[in-house]
Design a protein around this ligand. Structure first.
Ligand code: PEP
Ligand code: MN
Length: 349
C-alpha cells in the first residue's frame, strides 16, 4: 500500500499517518520527495477499510494498494515517466524525458591522457555523459583493478574540461560517499545488482543511480533491487539491460532486448541499454545500439577507447573514436524518430 501525503504536510501529520499504519500491523517506509512525502506500508496487516480510513485523514492525498511486489518502482504506483535531472556546468541533462541520452567512454580510466582524449571525443559528438571505471569488478584478482580515487580525480578533471557529466561504478557500500563526491551518476555493476547492503546505502547517496541487470537475474529481480534503492530514499534510479548469460557463445552475453520493452510496461524508471557488454564485440555494438533506440530505451552506454587493442579491459567491445562518431551519425535519424514518438507520448500525458 502506498500513501501520498498532501503537498507540504508537516512532520507531525506524516507521523500521525505512520502511526495509524503501524497500528494495523504494517511496517512503514517513508520517502521525502522534493514536493511531497510518500509512505509505503509493507508486510501483512489488518486491511479492513484501511484505504478509506487513511484517505479520511485530512493530510492524505491518496492511498492505493499495489499488487506488484515492487511497489515504488511499479507503474501501478506512478504512471508517468521518472525524469532524472543532472546539472552540469554547461547545462542540464534529463534522463527519461524528451532527450535520448548517450553515455560513452572507456571501460576503465587508465591515464589522464586516455580519459581526456575520450572525453573530448565523446563531447565532440554531442553525447552528454562520460563513462569510465575507477573501481573495476574483475573476474581475476590478478587483472587491473582500477585507479580508484586517482581515477575519480581524473574523471572530475575531464568533466571540468568538457562539461560532460560523469558516470562511474561503485562496488562497495564503503566507497559510496567517496564516489558520490566525484560522480554525477553512480553505476552499480551487474555483479552487485543484489548486493543488498550496497543498495541500501545508495538510498542516501544523493546521486542518481544506474543499476545494471545481474547476468543471471530476472527482470523482476532487477525491479526488486531498484525497489531497495527507492525504498531507502533515492527515487532517481535508472535501469540497464547489459545482456544475460545463456548457452549462446557467439556473443559475450545474450542481450534481452525485449526486457527493455517489458521494463517500459512495468516501471516508470528510465531504461538504458548497454550494447557493449551485451555483445562483447565492437562490430555488433552499432546494430544493437539501433535496436535500443527503436525499442524505446531512454539512452545508451557505450565503451570506446583511443586504442582498443591496448585497453586494459574490454578492448574487444570498445569502439575506436572514428567508429564511435560514425555510430553517432548512423543513429541520428533513428534518434529523430525516437524524439517524435517520445514528444507525442509526453504530450498525451
Ligand atoms: C562496465 O560497465 O565496465 C561493467 C563492468 O559492466 P557490467 O557490470 O555490466 O559487467
Ligand atoms: Mn567494461
Amino acid at each position: 500500500m502506498i500513501i501520498s501525503m498532501k503537498l507540504h504536510s508537516t512532520k507531525q501529520e506524516v507521523e500521525s499517518v505512520c502511526e495509524r499504519i503501524r497500528e494495523r500491523g504494517y511496517k512503514v517506509h517513508s520517502i521525502e520527495g522534493e514536493e511531497r512525502v510518500v509512505i509505503g506500508a509493507v508486510g501483512v496487516g489488518d486491511t479492513t477499510n484501511i484505504l478509506e480510513s487513511l484517505e479520511a485523514m485530512n493530510c492524505v492525498e491518496k492511498a492505493v494498494r499495489i499488487s506488484a511486489p515492487y511497489k515504488f518502482v511499479s507503474k501501478e504506483f506512478k504512471n508517468t515517466r521518472t525524469q532524472i535531472k543532472i546539472r552540469t556546468h554547461t547545462g542540464e541533462i534529463e534522463i527519461g524525458g524528451d532527450e535520448f541520452v548517450m553515455m560513452a567512454g572507456p571501460c576503465s580510466v587508465e591515464s589522464e591522457k586516455q580519459i581526456m582524449e575520450c572525453a573530448e571525443a565523446v563531447a565532440a559528438t554531442g553525447a552528454k555523459v562520460l563513462r569510465g571505471g575507477a573501481f573495476k569488478p574483475r573476474t581475476s584478482p590478478y587483472d587491473f583493478q582500477g585507479l580508484e580515487e586517482v581515477g575519480l580525480k581524473l574523471l572530475a578533471k575531464a568533466r571540468e574540461a568538457t562539461g560532460l557529466a560523469i558516470i562511474t561504478e561503485v562496488m562497495s557500500d564503503r566507497d559510496v560517499s567517496l564516489v558520490a563526491e566525484y560522480a554525477d551518476i553512480l553505476q552499480i555493476g551487474a555483479r552487485n545488482m543484489q548486493n543488498f547492503a550496497l543498495l541500501k546505502t545508495l538510498g542516501s547517496a544523493g546521486r542518481p543511480i544506474l543499476l545494471k541487470r545481474g547476468m543471471s537475474s530476472t527482470v523482476k529481480e532487477l525491479l526488486m533491487s531498484a525497489e531497495y534503492i527507492v525504498a531507502h530514499g533515492n527515487p532517481n534510479v535508472m535501469l540497464c539491460e547489459r545482456g544475460i548469460r545463456t548457452f549462446e557463445t557467439v556473443t559475450r552475453n545474450t542481450c534481452d532486448i525485449a526486457a527493455v520493452a517489458a521494463l517500459n510496461e512495468l516501471t516508470h524508471l528510465p531504461v538504458i541499454l548497454d550494447p557493449s557488454h551485451a555483445t562483447g564485440k565492437r562490430s555488433l555494438v552499432p546494430p544493437l545500439a539501433r535496436a535500443g533506440v527503436a525499442i524505446g530505451a531512454d539512452g545508451l552506454i557505450i565503451e570506446m577507447h583511443p586504442c582498443p587493442e591496448k585497453a586494459v579491459s574490454d578492448g574487444a567491445q570498445s569502439l575506436t573514436f572514428p567508429q564511435f562518431s560514425a555510430m553517432m551519425k548512423d543513429l541520428a535519424p533513428y534518434i529523430k524518430l525516437w524524439k517524435a514518438a517520445r514528444a507525442t507520448e509526453l504530450a498525451a500525458v
